[in-house]
Design a binder for this molecule. Structure first.
Ligand code: SME
Length: 167
């Protein structure tokens, strides 16, 4: 698909506005909601945080929850993006042996590292429902989004996990 500049620019300003009002996991959840609501080719949007030698799902928005709430860095497309410290685009998940399946509909995936102080602290993970969903414009746009999320990911690490939070 594409994220033309005329859509990317206001979307990045909206991400700034979210981050001006919310912090930590709440901000990440709102960014996931916003991205999914704004781009029809982003049906599942998540943010994973690096914790030790694994990834923890910190925030997400989509029709269904994933069973992969914790992923070892040694595994998956998600692990690969952290190990290689780069954006990974998979045009067809069925032909990538690293792929960890979440949803039957998923045919493509993009995973973009989130950095803080030069270190990869997390990643944005988007599943798409068509082969070759993600092109260079998605990569550019999501890399720009990811540069904004480092503080929120680091802060979320010191917040209680949703299951530990008082109700
Ligand atoms: N497909 C990912 C796992 C996470 S789900 O897409 C939400 C992977 O291969 O690492």
């Amino acid at each position: 698909m594409t994220v033309p500049d005329r859509r990317a620019t206001p979307a990045l300003l909206q991400v700034d506005a979210i981050l001006a009002h919310l912090a930590g996991r709440q901000a990440l959840e709102e960014v996931c909601r916003f991205l999914r609501a704004s781009f029809a080719h982003y049906p599942w949007v998540g943010v994973y945080r690096v914790e030790g030698d694994g990834l923890v799902l910190d925030a997400w928005d989509g029709a269904q929850a994933t069973e992969h709430t914790r992923i070892p860095i040694a595994r998956g497309i998600c692990g690969q993006a952290v190990r290689e410290e780069r954006t990974v685009v998979v045009d067809d998940v069925r032909s990538d042996p690293n792929y960890l399946a979440c949803f039957l509909e998923t045919r493509a995936e993009i995973v973009v590292p989130i950095r803080h102080g030069g270190r990869v602290v997390g990643e944005v993970d988007i599943d798409g429902n068509a082969v070759r969903t993600f092109d260079a414009s998605d990569r550019r746009f999501l890399e720009a989004v990811a540069t904004k999320l480092g503080d929120a990911v680091v802060r979320s690490a010191s917040e209680p996990k949703p299951s530990e939070a008082p109700s």
